[in-house]
Write a protein that binds this ligand. Structure first.
Ligand code: HEM
Length: 337
């Protein structure tokens, strides 16, 4: 089990001045949808977990904007989240939490704490055209212009930190270029950490999961002025007319891959298995009960899936419990086991 001292510090540091302590400190704005997961025919050959064996498992999914600001800024470039809860037949649950960033910023909780401290939002100003030209001439990428209404930003601190800490560079560069999806169901989401799965012969494999949208990935046009609030209505409208689907892809790690550091990618040619399809068909009416009060936890697992020794994954188990308690969310079922 992780260290709840650092977990508390992390949750404290993640809170933004423009956030709301009654809400999540990150991924603050979100909406849930319901549906079901059907495993692929080969999924049960790789993992004995119930949702990979049973024909159909009910799910609730919360999509979110990664920012801890309590204002809806759907058109701004930001990481998005997709937290999936599978409801198993014995009334227990198991979670798979994913985000649009394929790799995390930090290999350890201590590194992430240092990163989060430096990336505390600061007043954000754009550059004058002259500064931009000066920077271009010195081969320095000019700063992006602030969005209308954007006064503070974590970007400057994050970039400074990445300049001095190589491990954060991949995450920071990817986050800077991530853009905004046209729909929560037109983005690919990565569970980032390594999990260990067990097959019917008790063989264990080190794997990483990702959700791929069947409708394809599509981003808004970054050259047009951003629209602040459209993703939630888009999901409601879409799911009242049709279903939305995702494939669950599982990449199998090999000897030499880094299993305990989610800031490092695996080589792209690793074997990938299609584990099943998620279908979403409704948006619950009561979003307070079915989104705001939900508490997901990356440690809420079931027989057949275990956590790797990734120290960031371990600290998240405590950090999410702390956060849920502080914002008076319904404790995740994991806390009651
Ligand atoms: C040390 C690293 C991390 C810390 C301290 C952290 C912390 C948190 C906290 C405190 C919350 C709010 C939980 C709640 O109040 O219910 C949260 C939510 C979330 N985090 Fe993380 N996080 C970390 C890494 C990650 C990673 C690697 C991912 C991607 C797999 C991720 C994806 C998410 C998502 C999608 C949510 C929203 C869940 C929901 O909709 O309830 N986080 N995080």
């Amino acid at each position: 089990m992780g260290d709840s001292g650092i977990a508390e510090k992390l949750v404290e540091v993640l809170h933004r001045p423009d956030g709301d302590t009654a809400l999540r400190p990150v991924h603050t704005i979100g909406i849930s949808a319901t549906g079901y997961f059907k495993p692929s025919p080969i999924a049960q050959n790789f993992c004995i977990a119930e949702h990979f064996r049973e024909k159909k498992t009910d799910v609730i999914v919360r999509f979110s904007n990664g920012s801890g600001a309590a204002t809806v800024r759907d058109g701004w470039s930001d990481v998005r989240g997709m937290a999936v809860r599978f409801h198993l037949s014995d009334k227990s649950d198991t979670d798979l939490i994913a985000m649009t960033l394929p790799e995390f910023f930090s290999p350890t909780p201590e590194d992430f704490l240092a990163f989060a401290k430096r990336a505390k939002p600061k007043p954000y100003k754009g550059e004058t055209p002259w500064q931009k030209i000066f920077n271009y001439l010195h081969l320095i990428l000019p700063k992006r212009d602030p969005y209308p209404g954007e006064t503070i930003s974590p970007d400057e601190g994050a970039i400074e930190f990445a300049d001095q800490n190589a491990h954060a560079q991949l995450g920071v560069v990817q986050a800077a270029a991530i853009g905004a999806p046209v729909s929560y169901v037109r983005a690919a989401y990565h569970a980032v950490h390594t999990f260990i799965i067990t097959d019917p012969n008790k063989t264990r494999r080190w794997v990483r999961f990702a959700w791929q949208p069947i409708a394809g990935v599509l981003e808004t046009n970054p050259n047009l002025p951003p629209v602040d609030d459209f993703l939630q209505q888009e999901l409601k409208d879409r799911l009242s007319a049709e279903t939305a689907r995702f494939s669950l892809m599982m990449t199998i790690g090999e000897v030499g891959d880094d299993f305990n550091n989610s800031a490092r990618p695996w080589p792209p040619h690793r074997k990938r298995i299609m584990m099943g399809t998620l279908t979403l068909n409704a948006v619950p009416e009561d979003q307070i009960e079915h989104s705001e009060k939900l508490s997901f936890n990356p440690g809420l697992l079931t027989d057949g899936i275990e956590m790797s020794d990734d120290p960031v994954l371990k600290v998240r188990v405590d950090a999410y419990k702390v956060s849920s308690a502080w914002r008076s969310g319904t404790p995740c079922p994991f806390s009651q086991r």
